[in-house]
Ligand binder design. Structure first.
Ligand SMILES: [Zn+2]
Length: 429
């Protein structure tokens, strides 16, 4: 089965906002000023771009069931929702409301996770962006394009997938340490970056369009060119280099997937420029990327150990594997054979998990809360701190067993979040 565990992704936005398209179209004709919404001053002033017209042209080229295809392509590689989706949706909803457009498909209860520091960050990102143009881009799956590109075509040595110089050494070193730390095979996992700048590369966008929609090569090229025009029409999108397109880090594994195309894809850990920029801007530049990496590598440990199977289902199952990744990630970050972080840095690790969110956390239902994440993280740190043999790394399966045993404690509403509070639980054999 394909697994992708994202720290943050905006994909499901599309589904929820699809009802707003016709609404935006009618609102546009009512005011008659579509052009003023869809264009910006600056370099492109002479080249007026009508996003809606381009959108319609693209849709004409797509098969009738294009929305189903777009969603099926996501499911095929496992791209899923996260709190960032929610944040962006909230912003777009507000933007519509300001323009007199209601998007009733959006459930206000989805917003209970905010506001985090990331929320403010996304807010700032979106402020200068042409909302309608972005809406059309994301309806067409445009926000997922760098993610697909990395999953389908990314290689650690590929020119388009190199980590930015500033992150190359710390991430590569942490990655290597994590590969050696755990007792499962992780040397097949590929570490790479994704850059939004690929959104102006016709060949790369074409390749993703073909995967998403199964259209012929000629149509795919036309659609890709139109998408690129939309991205380039808004200077705020910075030729794709806006963090909006890469606000994501994820662990991917297609191992054992029944789909032969997906099955042959390499296991990956991908860092978007956007998520790194977000961590920096919320004051987690040093520890944040390492914390995300520690968490994501824990998902690869879970893939290898088959730890996704449990009696739990739905959101409770997700919460279990996510809290486990927090616990494992913190165990690795704390352990002297791992990153050997000090308690003050561990707090930053917890803050990274909390502020940036991940997978389906804090969405409606029974997902993990910030408190539960802190508790899981502290349990991971306590397992190191109160170990009888601090030089020994616990076998991952044993750590998982211990975690499953303590999980009911971690998810209690009044679960303590200090490392010391878990001393007595760790001491148990
Ligand atoms: Zn995760």
């Amino acid at each position: 089965m394909t697994r992708i565990c994202a720290f943050a992704t905006m994909s499901v936005l599309t589904v929820s906002l699809s009802g707003a398209v016709s609404a935006s179209a009618s609102a546009t004709s009512a005011t008659g000023n579509r052009a003023s919404v869809g264009t910006h001053q600056g370099a492109l002033d002479s080249k007026k771009v009508d996003s809606k017209a381009i959108y319609e042209r693209i849709v004409k080229k797509l098969p009738a069931d294009w929305q189903a295809r777009r969603d099926a392509a996501r499911a095929r590689v496992g791209i899923e929702q996260s709190p960032v989706t929610t944040i962006l949706r909230t912003k777009l909803t507000k933007a519509y409301a300001a323009k007199g457009v209601s998007a009733q498909t959006i459930d206000p209860s989805d917003y209970e996770c905010g506001p985090t520091k990331l929320d403010g960050y996304v807010d700032k990102l979106l402020e200068p962006v042409d909302t309608f143009n972005l809406l059309f881009i994301q309806l067409l799956g445009g926000l997922d394009i760098p993610t697909y590109d990395a999953i389908l075509n990314g290689t650690p040595k590929g020119a388009g997938f190199q980590l930015l110089p500033e992150y190359k050494a710390p991430l590569t070193n942490t990655f290597g340490t994590a590969q050696r730390f755990w007792d499962v095979r992780l040397n097949n996992v590929q570490l790479m970056a994704m850059h939004g700048g690929m959104l102006t590369d016709v060949n790369r966008v074409t390749s993703v369009v073909q995967f998403m929609y199964g259209v012929g090569p000629a149509d795919a090229v036309d659609i890709a060119k139109d998408l690129i025009t939309m991205v380039q029409s808004d200077p705020a999108l910075n030729n794709g280099d806006n963090p909006i397109f890469t606000l994501n880090a994820f662990a991917f594994s297609g191992e054992g997937d029944p789909d032969p195309v997906v099955r042959k894809l390499k296991d990956k850990m991908v860092f978007g420029d956007g998520i790194l920029d977000a961590l920096k801007s919320i004051g987690l530049n040093k520890v944040g990327p390492k914390a995300v990496l520690s968490h994501e590598m824990s998902h690869h440990v879970q893939y290898e150990d088959n730890l996704f199977d449990s009696p739990l289902t739905g959101a409770e199952a997700t919460r279990r594997t996510e809290l486990m990744a927090d616990a494992f990630g913190t165990y690795f970050a704390t352990h002297k054979k791992g990153l050997g972080m000090k308690p003050v840095q561990i707090l930053k690790v917890e803050e990274s998990f909390y502020d940036v969110g991940d997978c389906s956390f804090d969405s409606p239902g029974h997902h993990g809360t910030p408190n539960q994440r802190r508790a899981a993280s502290s349990w991971g740190a306590a397992t190191v701190a109160f170990s009888n043999n601090p030089n020994k790394v616990m076998p991952s399966m044993r750590l998982a067993k211990k975690f499953d045993k303590v999980l009911p404690e971690l998810v209690k509403p009044d679960a303590p979040t200090s490392i010391n509070a878990y001393r007595h639980l760790v001491a148990q054999p």
